[in-house]
Design a protein around this ligand. Structure first.
Ligand code: FAD
Ligand code: SF4
Length: 508
């Protein structure tokens, strides 16, 4: 009897554990485009197109390599529109009695496969640098889990940027050099763009017809959709972006949506690139003297450190993680996240670029859209659904710990030791957004005061009981307490008035 081999949309790697274990001569690969996956949140059209195009090309590659592939297209008449439904249908047609799968990157699907009325064997996903078991061994006896210590351990274990047992460049972390604001630079080239081929064009037409109502612009579509293209995008970044990646890692510019960022997260997350290989290639640029240590260390930390760390957390914390709400925030997601007009220039830019590109870089996600939601007390589950929907790289294992944990502190401090909150001053320092804003970042109270300035203190004040004993936040509480009482009242009243307008759905 033959077996089925399930390959999901984010499992497009030749080295996938299920494929490695399968028998090309006998087993049938099952791949399916289904509405269940396309619609459980209203994904950005470019995200849907990226996944479908990359799946179709990967299926064609498997066939060219001699695999038998049963591929279901979204508009096939017999499509049952769910992964388990498609497995059942193919099992019956094939007379197969078992399924080889690689563990999905989302609890929802892991549970669905475990509960399926079929014998599904879920193999570990080996496309990561650290396994669940290794992460658990590292985490087991620690009271708190901090990325920095995990990262150092990973540097030692992989030997990346290590010189004789010591970190290359004399220290583990070069972050203090990586906080420079950027200026317009016409020679910055941005990510490599690809002209849609025949396969991609057909997918774009399909997505246009079926998902026109979803938030987000579909064309021009320029993502890489196969391993060769992703490899070219990576090589392009290593040459043009990496050397100055560090310097401008936290910078934001209204006129430059990508700066020196790699824009490879979609490719890494569906398996078109391999994380350890990407790190080694970046290290080679440092060793060859083509990129400085602050850039290469900063870049490798994101992948070897953060990416592996958040994955460890997601699987360790369990299926309820994405629904946590430690701060009890319950405000609905404001319409401005879906493009409604706002005078706040930073948010307006971050959301417009998200709509146009299905991409925003880390500081925009963390310190603009994330920071605002946290200060304003937005329900973290709704925000999580937003991030999951709007970014081409969003898969729950990586999106949820970043949103629920790092950005919203809704996990109560598992990912981060303190909430990432800031007033407008931080955004002003790191960007040129404030210059074109209807609000004034210099104004702390009264008419026209930057809402981040008001809401920052409102947040600290309403969560005093939880945070005032946090040593990393004590200084801010001292500042607040030393402020003139009348000024404090004015700030809190200004923030409340702003939130009332937000709740009424007024343009803010
Ligand atoms: P670069 O800045 O060039 O970094 C290189 C690579 O490092 C990225 O491609 C990515 O793979 C990795 N990386 C960097 N930061 C992180 C991080 N915090 N966690 C995990 N990997 C990281 N990343 C996703 O891949 N998917 C998501 O759904 C996602 N959601 C996020 C939600 C919020 C609220 C926040 C604050 C961050 C989120 N991130 C997510 C992390 C990060 O913002 C993106 O990985 C990054 O912006 C991708 O763009 P890039 O490839 O240009 O990254
Ligand atoms: Fe954003 Fe405030 Fe600056 Fe306006 S003034 S861009 S709201 S930080």
């Amino acid at each position: 009897v033959s077996r089925l081999v399930l390959v999901l949309g984010d499992q497009l790697s030749a080295g996938l554990s299920a494929l490695q274990r399968a028998d090309k001569a006998r087993d049938l690969v099952v791949m399916a485009e289904v509405m269940d996956e396309a619609m459980y949140v209203r994904h950005h059209p470019a995200k849907i197109a990226f996944f479908l195009a990359a799946m179709r090309k990967f299926a064609a590659r498997l066939e060219a390599e001699g695999w038998r592939v049963a591929y279901t297209r979204l508009d096939d008449a017999e499509n049952s529109q769910s992964i388990v439904g498609e497995l059942m249908r193919r099992a019956e047609a094939e007379g197969a009695d078992s399924v080889l799968a690689t563990e999905p990157g989302e609890w929802r699907l892991i549970v669905a496969l475990s509960d399926a009325p079929l014998d599904v064997h879920q193999l570990p996903d080996t496309r990561f640098i650290v396994s669940h078991e290794e992460f658990d061994v590292w985490a087991r006896d620690r009271k708190t889990l901090r990325m920095e210590y995990f990262y150092r351990e990973m540097r030692r274990r992989t030997g990346l940027l290590m010189e004789g047992g010591k970190p290359a460049g004399g220290k583990w972390n070069h972050d203090h050099e990586n906080r420079k604001p950027a200026t317009q630079d016409l020679f910055r080239v941005g990510p490599m763009r690809f002209v849609p081929d025949e396969t991609v064009e057909r997918v774009l037409d399909l997505v246009e017809a079926r998902f026109a109502g979803n938030f987000g612009r579909l064309r021009p579509f320029w993502f890489a959709t196969d391993a060769d293209q992703a490899e070219r995008a990576l090589a392009h970044f290593l040459r043009h972006g990496l050397p100055r990646f560090g310097d401008f890692q936290d910078a934001m510019l209204a006129g430059d949506r990508f700066l020196h960022h790699a824009v490879i997260s979609p490719y890494l997350n569906v398996g078109l690139l391999d994380p350890l290989d990407v790190c080694r290639r970046a290290e080679a640029e440092y060793l060859a003297g083509r990129a400085p240590i602050n850039s290469v260390e900063g870049f490798i930390r994101q992948i070897l450190g953060w990416r592996e760390f958040v994955r460890g957390i997601y699987f360790r914390e369990g299926p309820d993680y994405a629904r946590r709400n430690a701060l009890g925030h319950d405000r609905p997601l404001p319409a401005l996240y879906w493009g409604a007009e706002t005078g706040m220039n930073c948010l307006s830019h971050a959301v417009a670029q998200t709509r146009d590109e299905a991409y925003a870089h880390h500081i925009q996600r963390l310190m603009v859209t994330g920071n605002f939601a946290l200060l304003a007390g937005i329900d973290p589950t709704r925000l999580h659904e937003w991030y999951l929907a709007v970014y081409a790289d969003a898969i729950e294992w990586v999106e949820a710990p970043n949103t629920v944990g790092m950005s919203q502190f809704a996990d109560g401090g598992v990912v981060g030791s303190k909430p990432y909150v800031s007033s407008g001053a931080y955004i002003d320092r790191m960007s040129d957004y404030c210059r074109g804003c209807a609000y004034s970042v210099a104004r702390k109270t009264g008419q026209g005061a930057c809402p981040f300035n008001l809401l920052y203190w409102h947040f600290l004040d309403r969560h005093r009981a939880r945070f005032e004993t946090n040593p990393r936040m004590a200084q801010m509480y001292r500042l607040w307490d030393r402020m003139d009482a009348g000024r404090r009242v004015a700030i809190l009243e200004g923030a409340d008035a702003f939130l009332v307008r937000l709740d009424r759905g007024e343009a803010v």
